[in-house]
Write a protein that binds this ligand. Structure first.
Ligand code: CDP
Ligand code: MG
Length: 705
């Protein structure tokens, strides 16, 4: 919400877009062609192909295979007309005049970096050009990876529409099974490495986003491309830092698609303005939409009709589709977006952009192992992308809610790649399972901090996923099958031993939907809190979550039930989806799905087996983590807030006003010796000793690496 006073505009008004337009040019082909050093690494990957090893790191990918089947050809003339107008739209895109040049360049070079303004047609057109040019001959696929599932979904639907085919045949979506709620999937819910290996072309799209998975893909694909000289690699990026990609891929040429941007006037504020701070991204977006709608209602007929539409990753797809609908005459459309709208989605007709200058970023503290989502100023590169969204169809304006000085001096040039600010447990497990043992020398575009890598190795060793030589154990191999954090997969695997996999799967699914189960509207706080209290069972929050889920199942997955109990239906639906997908994987890792019939001890032991790293003990004024003697507190929302049991395991630490433990469960200290005898010594768990540290691992960092 903006300050009540009218915004004072002024300061600099940049015409930087115009300048960029003038300098945009097609500079291609000048770079030296690189030698295709055929390395003897073939064996490694061949082995993987045989085993049909799975990889999880491509969150979403579109694969296109084969040619169109006749039965899908539209019979109606209306469909024919639609197809024709679609073709016209395709021909009007900035990339179209460069179709032949682009295909020639792809033919000539194994690796090509493609740079183009958002909306120029990279994502939707390049796969089709390749298809038309015969790259799917012999059953080969064209793969296009997307870091965001919303974008992947929308883009796959769009490509299918342009091709007049149904989604799921020629164009399909392969996606990560964990965080996803897609309606369209291919049989395997996880991308197989064989998709990479049976493709003629791999497009790494949105490369500039530098997500963890994109960065890992860079390293892997660079390696694979060395021995698969027939594989074409296209690195598609918005107009950002493409020289870095070129450099990483041994000076691969950069193909620049000149954008058709209109000038954007930039306005800064004289003082920093803030939007209402809230807790969760989707809540913020929804809250902002509500505020806008409320304002409109108050203004009544004084202003033209305002369509206020949210867009964020977890928004149901029918709601997402709304942002693309044309605005009725006389009305105005306002899209309230997370940074998903920065580069991955193109919404036509946007003229004004309001940029608060912040982003929510994951950050990781390798010392404490704590991951947190923090609001930080965005980078200048992000700010420029945001501004650029205003100039797609006509001259636009961008209002920056910060000063010109802040832009110049307080913002970083570019965003720090995710790999440098995240927990690497999952990635290490994945790479080890692909047979890549030497992680210290893996070809990262920007290597992660050494201590983060070492911590991940240490944790995996403590969990029993790696042996003292740093090799994957049998347990580790099974853990790698599950696309979830190592502690969570250990918990799931431990449920086998304690015969409570039914319950633990539910808990894992509920934990994964990000603390957004309980709904607490401002005007019904008392009711909501009462409803929440009714779910409380002894033992801790994990068991409360289990209780909520089980009751929901009993209600027949009812929406009404959720509404009456102040439960977020959307989150429950997602939890159900995640649970289904996890259950589907139990077969692969040979865990029988059985129930412990209401006994909470086995469940709590399984949680302990996965999360023994996260033990806290009651001490004066709060709790102390056993690992770092860090003072932490039970979150006020927890069912154990009043009770304060002696020993707790927390799911995560969040820092708001204090270090809070979120989702806690009560345990007995003796269980720690049972589940992690290699990690804890009984002396350390005596209640009198408050200063003792857990035993250090026996192996040094070098031995683990
Ligand atoms: O990848 P890039 O940002 O270069 O562009 P794109 O996503 O291929 O989009 C090209 C054009 O297709 C844009 O003008 C979009 O408006 C349109 N498009 C659409 O109408 N619906 C979608 N779901 C995706 C793209
Ligand atoms: Mg794109």
């Amino acid at each position: 919400e903006l300050e009540e006073t009218p915004m004072e505009l002024g300061g600099e008004q940049g015409r930087w877009e115009e300048e960029r337009l003038k300098t945009a040019s097609l500079s291609f082909g000048a770079k030296k062609e690189r030698e295709q050093g055929m390395k003897q690494e073939q064996e490694k990957y061949q082995l993987i192909l045989e085993e049909e090893e799975m990889i999880d790191f491509v969150t979403t990918a579109i694969t296109m295979k084969g040619t169109r089947s006749e039965k899908d050809a539209p019979a109606l003339s209306q469909a024919e007309m639609k197809k024709q107008s679609m073709q016209e739209v395709r021909r009007s895109l900035p990339i179209f005049p460069y179709r032949e040049d682009l295909l020639a360049a792809i033919n000539k070079h194994q690796i090509l970096v493609i740079e183009g303004e958002t909306g120029s047609g990279k994502t939707t057109q390049i796969p089709q050009y390749l298809l038309e040019d015969g790259y799917t001959k012999g059953g080969m696929k064209i793969g296009c990876t997307q870091p965001r599932r919303v974008a992947a979904m929308s883009v796959a639907a769009r490509v299918a529409e342009e091709m007049s085919v149904k989604l799921g045949n020629e164009v399909s979506l392969v996606h990560d099974c964990y965080t996803n709620t897609l309606s369209v999937t291919v049989p395997s819910s996880r991308l197989k490495l064989s998709v990479l290996l049976s493709s003629s072309v791999i497009i790494i799209d949105e490369a500039h986003e530098r997500t963890l998975h994109t960065d890992i893909l860079f390293g892997l694909i660079k390696d694979i491309a060395r021995f698969r000289s027939d594989l074409k690699v296209l690195v598609a990026s918005a107009t950002l830092d493409t020289e870095r990609f070129s450099c990483f891929f041994d000076d691969a040429p950069v193909f620049r698609i000149p954008g058709r941007r209109f000038p954007v006037d930039i306005f800064y504020t004289k003082v920093r303005l803030y939007l209402n701070p809230c807790v969760l991204v989707c809540e913020e977006i929804e809250a902002c939409c509500e505020l806008l709608q409320e304002r409109c209602r108050r203004l009544g007929s004084k202003i033209a009709e305002l369509l206020v539409l949210p867009i964020y990753a977890n928004l149901p797809s029918d709601m997402q589709a709304k942002i693309f609908n044309p605005t009725p005459p006389g009305a105005r459309k306002v899209v309230v977006a997370t940074n998903i709208a920065e580069t991955s989605l193109t919404i036509d007709g946007i003229i004004y952009v309001i940029d608060p200058g912040f982003c929510k970023q994951k950050s990781y503290n390798a010392r404490t192992g704590m991951e947190s989502l923090i609001v930080t100023p965005c980078s200048r590169a992000s700010a420029n992308q945001r501004a650029g969204r205003a100039g797609r169809v006509a001259a636009g304006k961008c209002f920056r809610l910060y000063t010109a000085w802040a832009y110049k001096h307080e913002m970083e040039e570019t965003t720090v790649p995710e790999i440098q600010r995240t927990n690497l447990g999952n990635v290490v497990l994945l790479l080890k399972s692909l047979g890549i043992n030497d992680l210290i020398h893996f070809d990262f575009m920007d290597p992660p901090p050494h201590e983060t890598l070492v911590l991940a190795l240490e944790q995996l060793y403590a969990l029993g996923a790696l042996n003292h030589l740093g090799e994957l154990t049998k347990l580790g191999r099974r853990m790698a099958e599950l696309p979830v954090d190592p502690m969570l997969s250990k918990m799931i695997l431990a449920s086998e031993q304690y015969k409570c996999s039914e319950e633990v799967l539910t808990i894992a699914a509920m934990l994964s939907v990000n603390n957004s189960i309980f709904y607490r509207p401002k005007d019904k706080v008392v009711h909501a809190d009462n409803a929440r209290m009714n779910f409380v069972v002894p033992g801790g929050d994990h068991l409360v979550l289990l209780n909520v889920y089980n009751q929901w199942v009993e209600s027949g997955y009812s929406t009404q039930w959720c509404y009456e109990n102040f439960i977020q239906f959307r989150s429950m639906r997602r939890a159900r989806d995640v649970r289904d997908q996890l259950e589907g994987l139990m077969d692969r890792i040979e865990v029988e799905v059985v129930s412990c019939q209401g006994d909470s001890v086995p469940v709590r032991k399984a949680v302990t087996a996965g999360y023994f790293y996260h033990t806290a003990r009651l001490s004066k004024g709060g709790y102390k983590t056993v690992k770092h003697q860090q003072t932490v507190y039970v979150h006020p929302n927890s069912s154990l807030f009043e009770e304060q049991p002696r020993w707790l395991i927390y799911h995560e630490l969040v820092f708001t006003t204090k270090e809070f433990m979120r989702q806690v469960i009560e345990i007995e200290s003796g269980w720690l010796l049972e589940v992690a005898p290699h990690y804890y010594k009984s002396k350390e768990l005596e209640d009198s000793s408050s200063k003792k540290m857990p035993r250090k691992q026996g192996k040094t960092k070098e031995e683990l690496g």
